[in-house]
Design a protein around this ligand. Structure first.
Ligand SMILES: [Cu+2]
Length: 691
C-alpha cells in the first residue's frame, strides 16, 4: 500500500542513503553523480542570482516566442544533457576495462548507465539538437518572420525540457530503468521491474515525444505556409528541404512511440496485458510499434545533418550545389524507405525467412539514395576553391567514417549475418559509427557555420579545429575496435566478461574515451575563449562565409523581425545572385507595419506542470498528478481568452533600423575568402563569382 500523500516516495530512495549503508565504489559513483546534479543546479542558481540574471533570463529568453531564441535554448538544453551522457559513456568504458570477471560497478548500476546514456543521447541530445537547428535556421532561410505557431513552439520546448528534467531527477530521487533505451517488455513490465525506474522513462519519453510531434507539425506548416514570395519548393535551400522531410517524419514517427509508451504504461499501472506473456499479451507487439518510430528516428536526426553538409559543401567550395534535384529526390526516398524497414531490428525474433528477406532488401535499398547524396557532395566540392574551415573538417571526417558505418549497416541488413552479430559489440560499433559522424558531426558543423548568425561573432578557428581533430581521433579509437570485439563474440550490455582477450581491446577503447573527453573539453573551451574574444571575432554585418541563401542577407545577430521587408526570391541561392549582380543590401521599396508575438509564460507553465505530473505519476502521488493535469488544461483554456497576443512594430521603425544596418554595411570593408579567418572579417563578404 502506498502513502496517500507521498505515494511510494520516502527518504530511502536517494543514492546517498545507499552509500551511507553500503559505502562501495559503486555507491560512490551513484552518489557522486547525484551530487553533481544538485551542486550543478545550486551553482547555476547562485550564478544567476549573483549576476542578477534571473530577470533578463525570464524576459529575454524563457518567455520569448522568437524562433531564434527557442532554437538556441534547444541547443543549450541538448548541450547540458550531452555532458551527462558523455560522462556516462566514459564511466561505462572505465568500468569495462575493469570488468574481466567483475568490475567496480554493480550489474544493475551498469544497466542503468547504458539505459540513460541511450535514452538521453537519442531523445535529449540528438532530437533537441536538430530541432534547435531547424528552429533557428529555417524561418531565416525561407524569408519568414517566425514559426507558424510561435507559442506552440515554446510549449514544445517546455515539454522537451520537462522530459529531460525527469531523467535528471531520476539520478537523485529513485533510479532509472534498466531495460535499455528501448525498454522492451516483458522485462520492463510491473512483474520484473516493479520500481519507479521504467516509469521515469515512460513519462520522460511520453511528455517529450508529444513535444516532438508538435514541433514536427510546426515545422511542416511553417515551410508550407510561411515561405516568402518566390520561394518555390525547388528554390528552397537543401537544409530547409531536409527540415521539411524530417518534420513530416516526426509527425508520423512520434505517435507510434507515444502509443507503445501509453500501452506499456497501461500494462504497468492498470494491469493491462498488451505485452505480457500471458492473458493474450505478446511483447512482439511492442517491438513492432516501437521500431515504427525507432528506425525513422535515425533518419529524423540524420537528414538535417545531411542538410547541413549540403549547405556547407556549396558555401565553402563557392559552388552551386551539384545535383540539387537528385538531392531532393534522395531525401524524400530515404524518408519513405525508412518507414519500411523497422523489422530489421528483430530479425532474430522468429518472423520467418521470407519476411526477413523482404525487410533485409528494403534496408539495403536505403544505401542507394544515401550514396547519391555522398556523390553529390563530392561533386560539389570537386574543383571548388575549398576552404578547409571547421565545418569542412567535420564533413571530411564524416566522409571517411560514415561510409564505413553505412557499409556495416548493409552487412547487418543481411539476416543471416545479423544472426551472428546481433546483440554483440558489432552492433554498438555500427550505430555509433552512423550516428556520431552522421548526426553529431553534422550538427557540430552546423553550429560552427551558423554560430556567427546567432551571436554576431565567429568561433575561434584554431581551437575549434583542434576539437574537430580530437573528435575524429577519439571516435576512431573509442568505437572502431568494437567491431572487432563483436566479431570475437563480446555481447553488448553485459556488465562483465570472462574472455581475457577482450580486456586489451577494452583498454584501447578506454584511451579513445579519454580523447573524446579531451575533445569535449576543447569544444567547451572554444565557446568560452571565443566569447571572451568576441570583439575581435565580431561580424555584425552577418555574412562571414560568403553565404548563398537568405539567412546571410540579414544582420548578425538577426533582428527580432528577421527581415525589415519581406524578401522576394527568383532563383536558388538568391543572395549569391544578388551579390554577383552587384546589388546586395538594397533598401526595400516599401516597409509595412508588422506584428510579432508578445512574450508569454505558456511554455514554462505547461513544461513545469507536465514535469510535476510526470514526477507525481512515477511516485504514485495521484492527487498531485491530477492537480497538475488540471493546471495544464486550465492554462490552455486561459490562454484561449488572451486577445492581446501580438505587438506591432511600425514601418518607420523598420525603415530606420534597416537604414542604419545598410549604413553600417556601406562603412564596412568587404573581405575576400583569404582573409575570412582574420579579424578583418566583419561579416561583409567580397563575393567570388558564382559557379
Ligand atoms: Cu533500423
Amino acid at each position: 500500500m502506498s502513502d496517500p500523500v507521498f505515494g511510494r516516495l520516502d527518504w530511502r530512495v536517494t543514492p546517498f542513503d545507499d552509500f551511507w549503508r553500503n559505502p562501495t565504489a559503486n555507491e560512490a559513483v551513484a552518489s557522486g553523480a547525484a551530487l553533481v546534479v544538485i551542486l550543478g543546479a545550486v551553482a547555476v542558481a547562485w550564478f544567476l542570482t549573483s549576476r542578477r540574471l534571473w530577470r533578463p533570463l525570464w524576459r529575454d529568453w524563457l518567455t520569448s516566442a522568437d524562433h531564434k531564441k527557442i532554437g538556441i535554448m534547444y541547443v543549450v538544453l541538448a548541450g547540458v544533457m550531452f555532458l551527462r551522457a558523455v560522462a556516462e559513456g566514459f564511466v561505462m568504458r572505465t568500468h569495462q576495462v575493469t570488468a574481466l570477471d567483475g568490475g567496480f560497478l554493480s550489474p544493475d548500476h551498469f544497466a542503468q548507465l547504458f539505459s540513460t546514456h541511450g535514452t538521453i543521447m537519442i531523445f535529449f541530445v540528438a532530437t533537441p539538437l536538430i530541432t534547435g537547428l531547424i528552429n533557428f535556421v529555417v524561418p531565416l532561410q525561407i524569408g519568414a518572420r517566425d514559426m507558424a505557431f510561435p507559442v506552440m513552439n515554446q510549449v514544445s520546448l517546455g515539454l522537451t525540457a520537462a522530459g529531460a528534467g525527469l531523467v535528471m531527477i531520476s539520478l537523485v530521487v529513485g533510479q532509472f530503468g534498466t531495460g535499455g533505451w528501448t525498454m522492451y517488455p516483458p522485462y520492463t513490465g510491473a512483474t520484473f521491474s516493479p520500481g519507479p525506474g521504467v516509469d521515469y522513462w515512460i513519462w520522460a519519453i511520453g511528455i517529450s515525444g508529444i513535444g516532438s510531434t508538435l514541433s514536427g507539425i510546426n515545422f511542416a506548416v511553417t515551410i508550407y505556409k510561411m515561405r516568402a514570395p518566390g520561394v518555390r519548393f525547388l528554390r528552397m535551400p537543401m537544409f530547409t528541404w531536409t527540415a521539411l522531410t524530417t518534420a513530416i517524419m516526426m509527425v508520423y514517427a512520434f505517435p507510434p512511440l507515444t502509443v507503445s509508451n501509453a500501452m506499456l504504461a497501461l500494462d504497468r499501472y492498470l494491469d493491462f496485458h498488451f505485452f505480457t506473456n500471458d492473458l493474450g499479451g505478446n511483447m512482439m507487439h511492442y517491438a513492432n510499434i516501437f521500431w515504427m518510430f525507432g528506425h525513422p528516428e535515425v533518419y529524423i536526426v540524420v537528414l538535417p545533418a545531411y542538410g547541413v553538409f549540403s549547405e556547407i559543401s556549396s558555401t565553402f567550395a563557392a559552388k552551386r550545389l551539384y545535383g540539387y534535384n537528385s538531392l531532393v529526390i534522395a531525401t524524400l526516398a530515404i524518408a519513405v524507405i525508412s518507414f519500411c524497414v523497422w523489422l530489421h531490428h528483430f530479425f532474430t525474433m522468429g518472423q520467418g525467412a521470407s519476411v526477413n528477406a523482404a525487410f533485409g532488401i528494403a534496408t539495403m535499398i536505403i544505401a542507394v539514395p544515401t550514396g547519391v547524396k555522398v556523390y553529390d557532395w563530392l561533386a560539389t566540392l570537386y574543383e571548388g576553391r575549398i576552404r578547409m574551415s571547421v565545418p569542412i573538417i567535420y564533413l571530411t571526417g564524416f566522409f571517411i567514417l560514415f561510409v564505413f558505418g553505412g557499409l556495416t549497416g548493409v552487412i547487418l541488413a543481411n539476416p543471416t549475418l545479423d544472426y551472428q552479430v546481433h546483440n554483440s559489440q558489432f552492433l554498438v560499433a555500427h550505430f555509433h559509427n552512423v550516428l556520431i559522424p552522421g548526426t553529431l558531426f553534422g550538427v557540430f558543423a552546423g553550429i560552427h557555420y551558423w554560430f556567427p548568425k546567432a551571436f554576431g561573432f565567429r568561433l575561434d578557428e584554431r581551437l575549434a579545429r583542434r576539437a574537430a581533430y580530437l573528435w575524429f581521433a577519439g571516435f576512431c579509437l573509442a568505437f572502431l575496435p568494437l567491431y572487432w570485439l563483436g566479431l570475437m563474440g563480446m555481447p553488448r550490455r553485459a556488465a562483465s566478461y570472462e574472455n581475457a582477450a577482450f580486456e586489451s581491446v577494452m583498454w584501447l577503447t578506454f584511451a579513445g574515451a579519454v580523447i573524446v573527453l579531451a575533445a569535449l573539453g576543447t569544444m567547451i573551451w572554444t565557446f568560452v575563449a571565443s566569447a571572451r574574444n568576441r570583439a575581435a571575432l565580431a561580424c555584425p554585418i552577418g555574412d562571414p562565409w560568403d553565404g548563398r541563401s537568405l539567412e546571410w542577407a540579414t544582420a548578425a545577430p538577426a533582428p527580432e523581425w528577421n527581415f525589415a521587408a519581406t524578401p522576394e526570391v527568383e532563383a536558388l541561392d538568391p543572395f549569391t545572385i544578388e551579390k554577383a549582380e552587384g546589388e546586395p543590401y538594397q533598401p526595400a521599396e516599401c516597409y509595412e507595419d508588422i506584428e510579432v508575438p508578445r512574450n508569454t509564460a505558456m511554455g514554462v507553465v505547461i513544461g513545469g506542470l507536465t514535469g510535476v505530473m510526470g514526477f507525481a505519476l512515477v511516485w504514485w502521488m495521484w492527487w498531485l498528478a491530477a492537480l497538475a493535469l488540471a493546471g495544464v488544461v486550465a492554462a490552455i483554456v486561459a490562454r484561449a481568452f488572451v486577445t492581446d497576443t501580438h505587438q506591432r512594430i511600425g514601418a518607420d521603425e523598420l525603415r530606420q533600423a534597416h537604414r542604419d544596418f545598410l549604413d553600417r554595411v556601406a562603412a564596412t570593408e568587404p573581405v575576400n575568402r583569404d582573409l575570412e579567418m582574420t579579424s578583418r572579417n566583419r561579416g561583409r563578404a567580397d563575393p567570388e563569382a558564382p559557379a
